[in-house]
Design a protein around this ligand. Structure first.
Ligand code: AMP
Ligand code: GLY
Length: 434
């Protein structure tokens, strides 16, 4: 079977790499892909935004399954377009993708399904939101434990965690008056700030059966010790000792199952990857947000541990037959992914720096270097984005996987390359505190 992966990040490289290992797959295409997918698959020069061209490509090349990686095309209805053309496609429909595309939709659904999440209020205009904050918090001295969120997609930037009243008022101003995130700020949410540690629990579901993947933890802040501005994710590891097996069972029963059922009841059955961003609080796990796709970079270490055929899993999901396949087999060894980034990221950065040492890095045992923001020119790999590579390694323990990943990182060089040095260290603190 020919398969098509839509996207160009580390997540899509990992999906394409894993699909290529399937004995049932003849050709893997990635649109538009990067310099890494060019080696492990075949790139197709169609941008993610061109749904009609992608549908045409899938039809002309007898694509048996298309996998849509990022959230934007899912929220825009790419799955609906493929389905309308009679093509098999993995991912939620536009209506189901609202779970990520609209935070108001998500919060209302969580409330109706009685799933633990932060208390919240929805506002349609800045004045009412400002009044709400001023009425509740009289001075700027006190802790103001709120998070202000733009309703729509804002590339992970539309969430402002506040500590003071002035920060909250400024956040409302930026989202609802200045419209820093455009139409995403047409509605905003003020919610309770939760304290605890974050974990990612991803599940694959066909709308009926839920198959939970190994737990993971992302590292969103740019700098070591969780300092600095938020990014798309500077590294991830799996499994995380933060989520014990008992807690995972509780997350399935009280979070994932009621969510999937509520989606079905509201006539938006969810098929695809349901990614719960969780805060593990003193009162137990609570949902911070849902994503409707594989996490990036969580996808890279998770798929590195998958020993079963990814095509079987994805196809069974699309066919509504997840209950009929053997449960996937996972490598018991943990995996760690370290993201290497361009100087300046998550702010502005330059592109086009030649990357050296990729072959040497690939020789480190149990390592796979997934590409994200890369391109190739005249046989040379160049930087082409903020997050450039996801250096991923397996090891007999989290520490050994970490060591292996950083051994490979040290062999890779370009002008301005940097990474966090402490990816997965949090795992050791959880393990100690048990
Ligand atoms: P989201 O896109 O909703 O996951 O938000 C991005 C990040 O903001 C999360 O990963 C958290 O670090 C933080 N965040 C979101 N909501 C809350 C909340 N209610 N309490 C504390 N932190 C939050
Ligand atoms: N790793 C966070 C995300 O994919 O949204």
């Amino acid at each position: 079977m020919n398969v098509l992966v839509v996207g160009s990040g580390g997540r899509e490289h990992a999906i394409a790499w894993k699909l290529r290992q399937s004995s049932r797959v003849s050709q893997v295409f990635v649109a538009p892909g990067n310099a890494g997918t060019e080696l492990d698959a075949e790139n197709v020069a169609i941008p993610v935004s061109e749904t009609a061209a992608l549908v045409r490509f899938a039809r002309d090349n007898r694509i048996g399954l298309t996998v849509v990686g990022p959230e934007a095309p899912l929220a825009a209805g790419m799955v609906d377009a493929f389905q309308a053309a009679g093509l098999k496609v993995f991912g939620p429909t536009k209506a189901a993708a609202q779970l990520e595309g609209s935070k108001v939709f998500c919060k209302n659904l969580l409330r109706s399904a009685d799933v633990a999440s932060a208390e919240y209020r929805v506002f349609r205009d800045a004045d009412t939101a400002v009044r709400f904050i001023r009425d509740r918090y009289h001075s700027d001295e006190q802790d103001v434990p709120v998070v202000i969120k733009a309703d729509g997609l804002a590339a992970g930037k539309g969430v402002i965690v506040c500590r003071t009243r002035d920060e909250a008022l400024e956040a409302i101003h930026r989202i609802a008056r200045e419209r820093e995130f455009g139409d995403a700020g047409a509605q905003l949410i003020i919610e309770e700030r939760l304290d605890g540690h974050e974990a990612s629990v991803l599940a694959i579901t066909d709308g009926q059966t839920i198959l939970t993947l190994p737990t993971a933890q992302d590292h969103k802040p740019a700098l070591d010790g969780d300092q600095g501005p938020n990014t798309g994710g500077m590294g991830a590891y799996t499994p995380t000792p933060l989520v014990t097996p008992e807690m995972l069972a509780q997350i399935e029963e009280h979070i994932l199952v009621p969510t999937v059922h509520a989606m079905k009841r509201s006539r938006n059955p969810f098929r695809g990857v349901l990614y719960a961003g969780l805060m593990i609080t003193n009162q137990g796990p609570k949902v911070l947000e849902y994503n409707v796709r594989f996490g990036d970079p969580e996808c890279q270490p998770i798929l590195m541990r998958l020993q079963s055929d990814l095509l079987d899993l994805l196809e069974a999901t699309v066919d509504g037959a997840l209950d009929q396949i053997e449960p996937p087999v996972w490598d018991p060894r943990p995996a760690v992914c370290v993201v290497m980034a361009s100087a300046g990221y998550p702010g502005s950065y330059k592109k086009g720096h030649p990357i050296r040492g990729l072959e040497e890095a690939a020789e480190v045992p149990d390592v796979k270097v997934f590409h994200a923001g890369t391109t190739s020119r005249d046989g040379q790999v160049l930087t082409d984005g903020g997050r450039v590579l996801g250096v991923t390694a397996l090891g007999d323990s989290i520490s050994l996987a970490k060591r292996q990943a950083y051994t490979a990182v040290q062999r890779i060089r370009w002008d301005g390359a940097w990474c966090r040095k402490d990816i997965s260290d949090k795992a050791l603190t959880y393990a100690r505190s048990e």
